[in-house]
Write a protein that binds this ligand. Sequence first.
Ligand code: DC
Length: 433
Amino acid sequence: MGLNCAIDGPSGAGKSTIAKELARRLGFVYVDTGALYRSIGYYAVSKGADTASADEIVPLLGDISVELKYVDGAQRVMLNGEDVSDKIRTPEISMAASNVSAIPAVRDFLLNLQRDIAGKNDIIMDGRDIGTVILPSAEVKVFMTASPEERARRRYEELKAKGQDVNYDDILSDINQRDYNDSHRETAPLKKADDAIELDTTSMSIDEVVGAIEKLITAEQRKESAPFRTIPAFRRWFYAVLRFIVWIGFSIVFNLKYEGTENLPEHGSVILAGNHRTWFDPILIAIRVKFISAYMAKAELFDHFPLNVIIKAVHGFPTRRNSADVSALTRAENMIRNGYNLTIFPEGTRSKDGKIGRAKSGVAFIASKCGVPVYPVGISFKSKLHFRSKITVRFGKPISPAELHINSMSKADLRAAGELIMSNIAGLVDEDA
Ligand code: DC
């Protein structure tokens, strides 16, 4: 069983654009169910049938076989073996699809196909009745809307960009007509599921909508993976006070600049991965992150008193570099499962000149094993540090476990994931800070 995300809403609300981008980011399969109704509408039109007449459409169903195929991650609709994916995108077929979709036998005909796909994969499925009828137990349900005028404007731009000769008023009246049809039909009308989250995208950017739904999905993924505990309140309070004091101290000594703080994690049990410039990088990161972190530190540091006591007190634990230190990896996993973040410097060693090195495989391994996101952090400053030096700490957008594309924990997968993490970090570092 995969994780199912249902996105319903009226025509032109941006469902398919959003669903495609989400699927790409999360490594999910995108299922555009409108294309199924369109293919039946297309078949009916090609046979000269009246698409609004159940008597004419139902007998045709016996001659139709519809299948979804995925080519390079993109959905293709096969109608009786023919790829009709592009032919079904005309205004005429849009209306035909809306008409045939009101026929209960057509909806029944497509029901199992949709459920079968959902049962096998992590999917983002968009349509009109996904959250209400097709996948009533989908873990994430979104009802996406936008004003008819905004939806017509988007469709107009989209069709014009494809070189089609279109008229805004025609599109608007088409949208109003389809809204009416889709929400007034008797079988599975367009309506919000009781447990769906409503998103009005009229004045939201694509990135904002994708980000909002991605958060819902990753929260669900966290729930599904092994249980994560919460750190007891007294420890969190003590930590908050300590963090504040250290923040003031560091702000006196350095000219600290924090950027990208809108990307800061909203809960514990994530990985923070930064480039490594100074011994106090962990502190620079911890100052702005509300949640307590554990740290991997090189084993040599634990040989010296009182450093060993201090590092242990801030949840540092030893790792032997240049070897796969299984006990350190297990420790890291346990800390994350106990509600701690893990702050890690994937290069394993400090960079003297600020150049970004390669990642060791540990970070990708832990992220994938625990199923937690990696938050990249870039630390930048000009060569030598002195009193009041400017230090910029920049937080980037989280990389979800799915984006790391680790299927087998093979060396190649871990290396590729490590490279992705390092390139995200590199993008946050100023070359000449
Ligand atoms: O999302 P779309 O515009 O490609 O959908 C075409 C038509 O198909 C739409 O007018 C309503 C219908 N449809 C439906 O009834 N149920 C779905 N799950 C998806 C689409």
